[in-house]
Design a binder for this molecule. Structure first.
Ligand code: NAI
Length: 795
C-alpha cells in the first residue's frame, strides 16, 4: 500500500509506519566542505598521506561512496607518534583542572554537534539513526563529562601514579565514536597523549572529532588521528615510541597484538570478542525478556561485542518463549538506517555480510534449524534478516564463534546449574544477561558466570562510571570507571625502577654465613602433599660460598600439570569468606614466626645472615598486611544515570602460575603469592631458582597452618622450562612472572594461546623490602578482575 495515498483512517487501521527520514543535509555540507577527502590529523593539523594513498569509505545502506580517506603508512604513524611525544611534557605539566577543562569542553562540543555526528555515524556504519542519536552520541558526551571529573580529581584519587606516556589506540567499526570516547577520554584525563587509528570501514566520526579538538584549542599533538587498515594498526602497535596499546576488536587481532608487544614494555589492554549468554528462567517476566532480547541481539544489527547471541531458555518455557520471540521478530523493521522508525539497519560491509551468511550456513549444516521472519529487505544495500537458530548443539560453530550479526543461537537448560555450565561453555567471557524474578537465583547465577559484565533483567547497559571488559579470551583490562583509569596509569616508582640486574648474594653478607644445613632434600608440594618429582631428578643447591646446601627436585611438565589440576580443585578457596582467608594467613605468619630461627639459619646460607633475618621479619609483616587486605579490598556500587545500580565486584582470576624472584627467595615468594592467595586465587609457584630449597621451609609452615591443599602448590625446577609449561597451559587463568627482560617477554609471548592475564615486573627491579614497592593495592589490582553486575530497581 502506498503510504502517501493512504487516508489517516487507513493508516490508523494498518498501523504501518510511513517513512521518517532524518535530514542528512548538515552532514553532507560538512563532508563537502572537506571536499570529501580527509588526510591524517597530526599535531593539530591535517596532513596528506605520506605515500599519497587514499581509500574509500562508503554508506553500507546505499553502497555509495562517502569520501576518500588517507591510508596511513609507517611514515604517517611515525609522524603522529612523534607529535604525541612532543606534546607530552606540556600536557603533563598542565594542572589537573586545566586538563579537566579541555575534557569538559570536548563534551560540550560533542553535544553541540550531536545531530551532525549521529548522521555521520549512521551513514558511515549503517546503524539506525535512532541508535546513534539516542545511544551512541549521548554516551560519548557522558564519557567525556565523566572523565573531565576524573581529570580534576586525578592527583587526589591516584597519588603516586603517573601516565603511561604516548598511547596507541586501535578501535573497531561497530561503535566508532563511542569506542573513540572510551579510549581517548581516560587517556587524556590521566595525562597521556594519543595516536588513534579508527577502523577502515568507519573513519569519519573520528575525523570529525579531530576538528572538535581544534575548536576547543586542545594543544596540538595531544590527540592525533591516523586512518588506515590493519597494516596501519600494525605499524602503530610496533612503533617503539608508543608506551601503551589499547585495542578493541577481534580476538584474532588481539592475539596478534599481544604477540607483537611481548618483547616490549608496552602496557596492553584488550577488549575482544564475545559470545554472551542471554539466560531466561521460567519465572522471568517473558514479555520484558523478549524486549530485552531484541535489544540484546538486534541492537546495531548484532554487531556488538557483548551481544546476547546465545539464548539459553529454561526447558519448561522454551516453546512459549520461542513463539513470543518469533512473533516479535516479525514486527522488526529492517531498512534505511536514516529512517527514524527503523529497528535494524545495514551491515557494515560486504565482507561482514558474507561472514554472517557463511556462519549461519555452517550452523544449519551442523543441524541447526533456521527461522527468519517474512519481512522485506530493501532492494539495495547490505542487509541481513534477523535470524533465529534453534536445535543448536553447544559445540556447533554458531554456539561457539562470534557471528557479529543479527543471528541468535537458541539452546535449552533444565536447572540453574546447567544454565551456568552452558553459559560458561565458551572461550569468551565478556557479558551475560539473566532474566528471573528471583533476585536470589539471579545473583547466585551472576556470581558463577565467567563474564566481566552481567545484566540482571536488563541488557546492554553502559555507563562511563562502570567498568566494561572481559574475562578469558574476551580480553583484559577495563574501560570506564576507576579500573578503566588504571589502564592508563602506572605507579611512578615502577616506571622509574631500574633494570633488574642479577646481584650476587655475596654482596649481601656472604661472610656472615654460619652453619649451613648440609644435605637437605626437599620435595614438590602439590595438592597439600609433598610429592616426588616425576623426572626422578634433583639438582644440587649451593650456597654463597659454593658449599652444598642440599638437593632440590627438578619439576617437569607433568608435575606442573598435576599442580594445575590440584589448584583447579582448590577453587573453593575463592568462596571461603575473606575473614577465613585472613585467618589462614595470620596462622601462616604465626607458624613462620615460630620456625623463624631455623628458617633464618637455612636461608643465611643463600643470602647471608642479616638479609635472611630481614627476609623472615619482612615476610611475617607481609603476611599480616595481606591478611588485613583480604576483607578490605572491596568493590564498589556505582550509581549510573539510569534506574540501576551496578555492583562492581572484585573477583579472583582463578588459577595462577607464578615465577618467583630468584634473589629474595622467601620475601619474593610471599610478596607475589600473598596478594593472589588473599584475593582467593589458587597458585602454582616455581620458587626461587637460585635457592629452591625454600620450598621445604614453606610447605612445613603451610602444613601446619590450615591452608587448604592445592591453594599453594610448589614446583621447584628450571624456570625457563617450567615457565613454558605454565604459560602455555590452557587451564591456568593468569601468569605472574618476575625475572629479567627476556623472561618477562617469554611469559607474555607464550601465554598468547588462551590470552591469559599477565603480570610481569617488565624486567625491572622491585625492592621487596620497601613496603611502598613490595606490597599493596597495585598487586591486588592485578590479582582480581572486576565484574560489574547491573541490577534495575523500581517498577
Ligand atoms: P579487526 O579486529 O580486524 O579490526 C579492528 C581494528 O583493528 C581495526 O581498526 C583494524 O584496522 C585493526 N587491525 C586489523 N589488523 C590489525 C593488526 N594486525 N594490528 C593492529 N591493528 C589491526 O576486526 P574486523 O576484521 O573488522 O572484524 C572481524 C570480526 O572481528 C568481526 O566479525 C567480529 O567477529 C570481530 N570484531 C569484534 C569487535 C569487538 O568489539 N569485540 C569489533 C570488531 C570486530
Amino acid at each position: 500500500m502506498n503510504h502517501k495515498t493512504m487516508s489517516v483512517l487507513e493508516k490508523y487501521k494498518t498501523m504501518e509506519y510511513g517513512p521518517a527520514p532524518e535530514d542528512p543535509k548538515e552532514t553532507l555540507v560538512w563532508l563537502d566542505a572537506h571536499k570529501r577527502q580527509f588526510g591524517h590529523f597530526i599535531a593539530g593539523k591535517w596532513h596528506p598521506p605520506a605515500e599519497g594513498k587514499y581509500f574509500e569509505t562508503s554508506d553500507p545502506a546505499t553502497a555509495e561512496k562517502i569520501a576518500d580517506v588517507a591510508q596511513g603508512s609507517g611514515a604517517d604513524v611515525d609522524a603522529a607518534v612523534k607529535a604525541a611525544r612532543a606534546a607530552l611534557p606540556a600536557w603533563q605539566k598542565l594542572s589537573c583542572h586545566e586538563r579537566a577543562k579541555f575534557l569538559y569542553a570536548l563534551a560540550r562540543q560533542i553535544q553541540k554537534h550531536s545531530r551532525r555526528l549521529a548522521v555521520l555515524e549512521t551513514i558511515d556504519n549503517g546503524k539506525p539513526i535512532r541508535e546513534s542519536r539516542d545511544i551512541d552520541i549521548p554516551l560519548v558526551a557522558r564519557h567525556f563529562y565523566h572523565h573531565a571529573g576524573w581529570a580534576q580529581l586525578l592527583e587526589q584519587e591516584f597519588p603516586g601514579h603517573t601516565a603511561c606516556g604516548v598511547v596507541g589506540q586501535i578501535i573497531p567499526w561497530n561503535f566508532p565514536l563511542l569506542m573513540l570516547a572510551w579510549k581517548i577520554a581516560p587517556a587524556l584525563a590521566t595525562g597521556n597523549t594519543v595516536v588513534l587509528k579508527p577502523a577502515e570501514f568507519t573513519p569519519l566520526t573520528a575525523l570529525a572529532f579531530a576538528e572538535l579538538c581544534v575548536e576547543v584549542d586542545l594543544p596540538a599533538g595531544v590527540v592525533n588521528i591516523v586512518t588506515g587498515d590493519g597494516v596501519t594498526g600494525e605499524a602503530l602497535v610496533k612503533h617503539p615510541g608508543v608506551d601503551k596499546i589499547a585495542f578493541t576488536g577481534s580476538t584474532e587481532v588481539g592475539r596478534a597484538i599481544r604477540r607483537a608487544t611481548a618483547q616490549s614494555h608496552k602496557k596492553l589492554s584488550l577488549e575482544l570478542g564475545g559470545k554472551s549468554p542471554f539466560i531466561i528462567f521460567e519465572d522471568a517476566d517473558l514479555d520484558s525478556a523478549v524486549e530485552g532480547l531484541v535489544d540484546g541481539i538486534w541492537f546495531n544489527q548484532g554487531q556488538v561485542c557483548c551481544a546476547g547471541s546465545r539464548l539459553l531458555m529454561q526447558e519448561s518455557i522454551a516453546g512459549k518463549l520461542t513463539r513470543k520471540v518469533q512473533a516479535r521478530m516479525s514486527t522488526l523493521r529492517v531498512g534505511s538506517p536514516l529512517d527514524k522508525a527503523i529497528d535494524v539497519g545495514a551491515i557494515v560491509a560486504k565482507v561482514q555480510l558474507e561472514r554472517i551468511d557463511s556462519l549461519v550456513k555452517q550452523g544449519i549444516a551442523e543441524g541447526a534449524t533456521c527461522w527468519q521472519p517474512e519481512i522485506a529487505l530493501p532492494s539495495r544495500g547490505l542487509y541481513y534478516k534477523p535470524t533465529f537458530l534453534s536445535n543448536v548443539h553447544p559445540t556447533s560453530i554458531v554456539a561457539q564463534q562470534e557471528i557479529f550479526g543479527p543471528v541468535l543461537a537458541a539452546m535449552t537448560f533444565r536447572t540453574p546449574k546447567e544454565a551456568v555450565e552452558l553459559a560458561n561453555n565458551t572461550a569468551y567471557g565478556l557479558a551475560a544477561s539473566i532474566w528471573s524474578e528471583s533476585i536470589n537465583v539471579s545473583l547466585h547465577v551472576a556470581s558463577q558466570l565467567k563474564a566481566g559484565v552481567v545484566w540482571v533483567n536488563c541488557t546492554n547497559m553502559f555507563d562511563a562510571a562502570c567498568g566494561f571488559g572481559g574475562y578469558r579470551e574476551s580480553g583484559y583490562g577495563r574501560e570506564g570507571g576507576r579500573e578503566g583509569l588504571l589502564e592508563y596509569l602506572e605507579p611512578a616508582w615502577f616506571k622509574g625502577a631500574k633494570k633488574l640486574s642479577v646481584e650476587s648474594p655475596a654482596a649481601n653478607g656472604a661472610a656472615e654465613v654460619a652453619n649451613p644445613a648440609i644435605d637437605r632434600t626437599v620435595k614438590l608440594y602439590i595438592g597439600g602433599k609433598q610429592a616426588r618429582p616425576d623426572s626422578g631428578y634433583s639438582v644440587e643447591v649451593r650456597g654463597v660460598n659454593g658449599q652444598l646446601l642440599g638437593e632440590s627436585p627438578l619439576g617437569n611438565r607433568k608435575d606442573i600439570r598435576n599442580a594445575v589440576e590440584a589448584a583447579r580443585k582448590a577453587e573453593a578457596w575463592a568462596k571461603t569468606t575473606a575473614h577465613n582467608r585472613a585467618q589462614v594467613l595470620y596462622y601462616i605468619a604465626e607458624n613462620l614466626a615460630q620456625r623463624g630461627a631455623e628458617t633464618v639459619q637455612r636461608l643465611s646460607a643463600a643470602v647471608g645472615a642479616t638479609r635472611a633475618q630481614q627476609e623472615v621479619d619482612a615476610s611475617i609483616e607481609r603476611l599480616f598486611s595481606y591478611a588485613a587486605w583480604t576483607d578490605k579490598f572491596d568493590g564498589a556500587v556505582h550509581n549510573p544515570p539510569f534506574r540501576n545500580i551496578a555492583i562492581a565486584m572484585n573477583e579472583p582470576l582463578g588459577t595462577v602460575g607464578l615465577i618467583c624472584p630468584a634473589e629474595t627467595p622467601l620475601l619474593g615468594f610471599f610478596s607475589l603469592a600473598l596478594p593472589l592467595v588473599a584475593a582467593g586465587n589458587a597458585v602454582v609457584a616455581v620458587p626461587s631458582e637460585k635457592y629452591p630449597l625454600i620450598a621445604g621451609d614453606l610447605y612445613q609452615v603451610f602444613e601446619t597452618s590450615d591452608l587448604p591443599g592445592g591453594v599453594i602448590n610448589l614446583v621447584p625446577g628450571r624456570v625457563s622450562e617450567l615457565l613454558k609449561t605454565l604459560a602455555e597451559h590452557d587451564d591456568l587463568d593468569a601468569i605472574w612472572c618476575y625475572g629479567d627482560e627476556s623472561l618477562c617477554a617469554t611469559a607474555k609471548a607464550l601465554s598468547v594461546g588462551n590470552l591469559k592475564q599477565v603480570w610481569t615486573n617488565e624486567g625491572r627491579a622491585i625492592d621487596f623490602f620497601d613496603k611502598h614497592q613490595g606490597e599493596g593495592r597495585w598487586y591486588l589490582e592485578h590479582a582480581y578482575q572486576v565484574k560489574n553486575i547491573w541490577v534495575p530497581y523500581g517498577e
